[in-house]
Structure formats: C-alpha cells, structure tokens
Design a binder for this molecule. Structure first.
Ligand code: G3H
Ligand code: 13P
Ligand code: ZN
Length: 333
C-alpha cells in the first residue's frame, strides 16, 4: 500500500472547493509519455496552476501503470526544481471501469480515481460507484463518477437529448454514491471528431464546421439541484484549427476535425464546472510539430529533434488553456 500523500500528491477535494468558489476550473491533462508530462509540469509551474494528471486505460497499456505512477512522483520533484514551491498535483485514474482497477490505483498511490459506470443501468452505476467510494475514502482518495452518456466518435447516431445527464437524477445519484465530483453529459464528446458535419453549420468564408452549442440549460439545472457540487466536463478539447491545418498541409489527413469552442469552455469554467478534461488537443499539438519538422527536415532521425519542438508546442498549448480558458493560473502559489 502506497499513500499518495507520501509522494507529495494531493486529492481533488481542496482544489475543487477553491475552484467552485473562485469561478475557474482545474485542468485535467492526460499523459502517456515523458514529453507530455514534462510539458504539463512546465506549463503549470510557470503559471502556478493546480493540475490533475490523468492516466487512461490506453495510457496504462501503452506506457505501463507502474512507470506512469513513478513518473508522476518524479513530476512533483521536477515541479519543485522548476521553482514551484508548493506544487498541487493530483494523480487521477481516467475512466476506470471496474472496482478492481480503481482499488489497484488507490493501493498504488493515485490520489483520485474515476469510476465510469455511465454505460451501466442507473442502479448498477450507483452500486459500482458506491463500492469504489467506500473503498477510496478510507484512504482519502477522491472519486469522480459519471452520469449521462457522451457521444462517441464511433457513434453512428446523432446524440439525442436522452444522452444528456438527466438533472432530476443528480441529487439521488450524488447522495447515494457519496462521490466527490460528477462528470455530466451536455454535448461534449471524446476525440478530434466531436460532431458530424450534419450536426454543424459551415462557415462560408473558411469552409470550416461550426459546432452546435453545449446544453448550458442542462448544466444550469444540475447546478440548481446540486449547488456548489464539483461538476466535470470530459471531451473538452477545442481541436485548434491551426494544428489541424499544419497536420493536413504536412502529409496528414484530418478532414472536418472539430471541437468545443473555447469561449463555451470559459463560460462553463466560470460555473459549477471545476474540472475540464483535455487530451486530444495535446495530441494534435504534438503531431503538428512532429509532422512539420519531419516534412521540413527529411534527413532528421534524432527523436529529440522532433519530440523537443513537440514538447515546446504542448507547453504553449497548456499555458494557453490554463490562462485563457480555465482561469486556473496563480491558484497554486
Ligand atoms: O477519455 C479518453 C482519453 O482521451 C484517453 O484516451 O484511452 O486513447 O488514452 P485513450
Ligand atoms: P478530449 O478527447 O476532448 O481531449 O477529451 C479527453 C477526456 O475527456 C479524457 O477523459
Ligand atoms: Zn473522458
């Protein structure tokens, strides 16, 4: 049993309480490799932003859970080396799907876990979430749950209203599970193709897709039912078109990739939303930078020469998100 407190990590409780009061959101950035982690820590150290480092199942398979946990432990020391005296870093399991997986993360030094029972029938989601909460709280590990279904990129149906979180369920769900935060569905989705062209309009000048707005009415209803309760948004990449254009003009092919406009995320961050998940934008920044270097310097074969610029681009992206979108800069001095 490893306690996250001994690793210098923190859970989400205090971060979220301050974020809800302060009208900003904590960045939750996924990491899969050293360059992403370095970029996240550098951006957060330079802006003094609290941060949630997320490890997905895909990341565990790609990079190994043990290695990722030690990397997060190293990240705390790296943050201090960069001059961030009191780093507030949470290590979080993203989309945990079983009690056993959540337990293994709690036992291994994670400070927060998500149990994603959103695809289960309501009562089963409650039972599974409650079981994880009861275990995790013994070690002061915080638990994120999910209610409502996010449209997936592979869905071949347009997301209906019924995919959204039902506000009338949230009090019962939060009370009976004891979860610390709740991910809701208001129209965001994972990946770089969040909306199908038929769900969007097209800007006649640029030819780019303009996505439909998020369901702020659902968010407001949830907020009324659970005042001050931490709400989480998954699938919140904005899919910056400058990266899509660089990728497409340097041998890539991402037609009609579209995300959530940043002004809508800023609006959400000012409300009860206190955790915003961003993964795809970092992948796009990385890929754009790598494609550019390799296209311009075909003789380059030292990974540091293309992973280095990719890392620099991700630092820029993370700082932009922290300062311009989430408003979490200066909140972890
Ligand atoms: O929620 C999805 C995250 O972007 C993680 O994706 O499972 O491909 O690592 P992944
Ligand atoms: P994006 O694919 O929009 O970056 O969402 C990431 C996410 O929700 C991770 O849980
Ligand atoms: Zn997610």
């Amino acid at each position: 049993m490893v306690n996250y407190k001994d690793l210098g990590l923190v859970n989400t409780r205090e971060m979220f309480a301050k974020a809800v009061d302060g009208g900003y959101a904590i960045p939750a950035f996924n990491f899969n490799n050293m360059e992403q982690l370095q970029a996240i820590i550098k951006a957060c150290a330079e802006t003094k932003s609290p941060v949630i480092l997320q490890v997905s199942s895909g990341a565990r398979k790609y990079a190994n859970q043990t290695l990722l946990r030690y990397m997060a432990e190293g990240a705390v020391e790296y943050a201090k080396e960069l001059g961030w005296e009191h780093p507030q870093i949470c290590l979080h399991l993203d989309h945990g799907d079983t009690f056993e997986l959540c337990k293994s993360c709690v036992d291994f030094g994670f400070s927060s876990v998500m149990i994603d029972g959103s695809s289960l029938p309501y009562e089963e989601n409650i039972a599974l979430t409650k079981k994880v909460v009861e275990y995790a709280h013994q070690y002061d590990v915080t638990v994120e749950a999910e209610l409502g279904v996010l449209a997936g990129v592979e869905d071949d149906v347009v997301a209906e209203e019924s995919h959204y979180t039902k506000p009338e369920e949230v009090i019962d769900f939060a009370t009976r599970t004891g979860c610390d935060s709740l991910a809701i569905s208001i129209g965001t989705s994972h990946g770089a193709y969040k909306f199908k062209p038929e769900q969007c309009t097209r800007d006649p000048k640029t030819g780019k897709l303009v996505p439909p707005p998020l369901a702020f009415d659902v968010l407001e209803e949830v907020e009324k039912k659970l005042p001050g309760f931490p709400i989480v948004l998954h699938g919140s990449s904005s899919v910056p078109q400058e990266y899509v254009d660089i990728i497409n003009s340097h041998g890539g092919n991402l037609p009609d990739a579209v995300g959530i406009p940043e002004d809508q995320l800023r609006k959400a961050a000012k409300s009860a939303v206190c955790k915003i998940n961003i993964d795809s934008d970092s992948r796009l920044a990385f890929t754009a930078a790598v494609r550019k270097v390799l296209a311009e310097k075909p003789g380059e074969f030292d990974p540091r020469k293309y992973c280095g610029p990719a890392r620099d681009e991700m630092v820029k992206l993370y700082k932009h998100k922290i300062i311009e979108v989430l408003g979490s800069d200066g909140k972890a001095e």
